[in-house]
Write a protein that binds this ligand. Structure first.
Ligand SMILES: [Cu+2]
Length: 162
């Protein structure tokens, strides 16, 4: 008879603990949100361009942040650069533990009032079969074509550190 009480407690405690843990997780998720503030400005722009150093014949990738402070959704259609034999917009995706690069043939959505990050392990501009070295300290041109913003030419510096 008296084993009933501790047993009942035993059943309740994990549920309470789970509730506590999930509210802690929720709190930390909320704490991370303020970085997603609406961008300011009046036109689509590219911030913090950078690229991986590589030598001619190799592949490299360019990274940056697309900022769309306008009220209109836009779409990154293509990327182009004379430094590579082919330039494509890719997204690396984890396919059951296997990392695959998917060519974003339909473009990358850049919603109104948002920023879209191109980062290692995520979206990137793939520079395939380089015609020239991308040495540290150099910079090269990439042209991004948007559905609404049109063509935006950016200078991409190759940093000293990888
Ligand atoms: Cu790629």
């Amino acid at each position: 008879m008296h084993w009933h009480l501790p047993n009942a407690h035993g059943n309740h405690l994990p549920a309470r603990l789970l509730l506590l843990l999930s509210s802690i997780l929720l709190l930390s998720a909320c704490a991370a949100l303020p970085t997603q503030t609406a961008p300011t400005g009046d036109a689509v722009r590219i911030e913090n361009p950078t690229a991986r150093p590589a030598t001619a014949g190799q592949n490299s990738a360019a990274y940056f942040t697309i900022v769309n402070p306008t009220g209109k959704d836009d779409l990154l259609l293509t990327a182009a650069s004379s430094v590579a034999m082919a330039t494509e917009v890719h997204e690396t995706q984890n396919d059951n533990g296997v990392m695959r690069m998917i060519h974003q043939a339909d473009g990358v959505a850049v919603p109104a009032q948002s920023t879209v990050e191109f980062v290692p392990g995520g979206k990137h501009v793939m520079l395939m079969n380089l015609r020239q070295d991308l040495a540290t300290g150099q910079s090269f041109t990439v042209t991004l074509s948007f559905e609404k913003a049109g063509e935006i030419e950016i200078a991409v510096p190759v940093p000293n550190t990888q």
